[in-house]
Design a protein around this ligand. Structure first.
Ligand SMILES: N[C@@H](CCC(=O)N[C@@H](CS)C(=O)NCC(=O)O)C(=O)O
Length: 219
């Protein structure tokens, strides 16, 4: 199976980490951030031109949530979406919150500090990034602090679920844009994200992302 996209995207990384945690083999085929840089495979698989998109033989599918549901249905080992109704509902709530609320704010920060200057060769709107971090992020941080597990543990139940991967992935992206959770202001969240981001399923990708950004910035 091929996944089109860049793991710098929280949505792409979410799928890659889900695949790694499930032990599913997924090949990442990079595609650039702008229409002129998109690969043929990506264009065929993504009607909205958003990453990620999947090819599994002759089956094409776009959207990270759709792809994760496909992988969960096809590979039943190590499930990441709980079957129990309340746990399932809460898991999807966290995924939706991360994809929409957290990333509505996170995209302004990451696009203007990283995508525009590093990949598009033009300055980002640093005031817009600072405003998002100053004005939009605090209530999100407060909410996530209120739901983060105390010490060890996970967002839903007593094992890793899609909720943990979906909520953590944007913070891996934001770390590349000098945006991190303060351990003194949001201690539970900072501890929780530190644990999640140190899982090999995340570090395998974040280490490569760091190296890529260093290469592109140095070029
Ligand atoms: N709901 C989509 C969102 C995907 C998305 O917005 N991807 C961004 C990259 S982080 C993208 O491809 N943006 C390009 C564009 O909007 O043209 C998903 O979960 O896959």
């Amino acid at each position: 199976m091929i996944l089109y996209g860049s793991s710098l995207s929280p949505y792409v990384r979410k799928v890659l980490v889900v695949a790694a945690e499930k032990g599913v083999d997924l090949q990442l085929e990079p595609t650039g951030p702008t229409p002129g840089q998109h690969s043929e495979g990506f264009l065929a698989a993504s009607p909205l031109r958003k990453m990620p998109a999947l090819r599994d033989g002759d089956y094409l599918l776009a959207d990270s949530s759709a792809i994760i549901h496909y992988l969960e249905a096809k590979f039943r080992e190590r499930p990441l979406i709980p079957a129990e109704p309340r746990a399932r509902g809460t898991t999807i709530w966290f995924e939706e919150y991360a994809d929409t609320v957290l990333m509505a704010c996170g995209a302004k920060i990451f696009f203007n500090r990283v995508v525009a200057p590093v990949f598009l060769g033009r300055p980002g709107d640093l005031d817009a990034a600072a405003a998002a971090e100053r004005d939009d992020m605090p209530p999100i941080l407060d909410y996530l602090e209120s739901v983060a597990p105390e010490q060890e543990g996970y967002l839903v139940g007593d094992r890793l679920t899609l909720a943990d991967i979906a909520v953590t992935s944007p913070w891996a992206t934001l770390a590349h844009a000098d945006c991190a959770v303060s351990p003194s202001e949001h201690p539970r969240l900072a501890n929780y994200l530190g644990r999640m981001l140190s899982r090999p399923s995340f570090t395998d990708w974040t280490n490569r992302e760091q190296a890529l950004l260093e290469r592109v910035r140095a070029a």
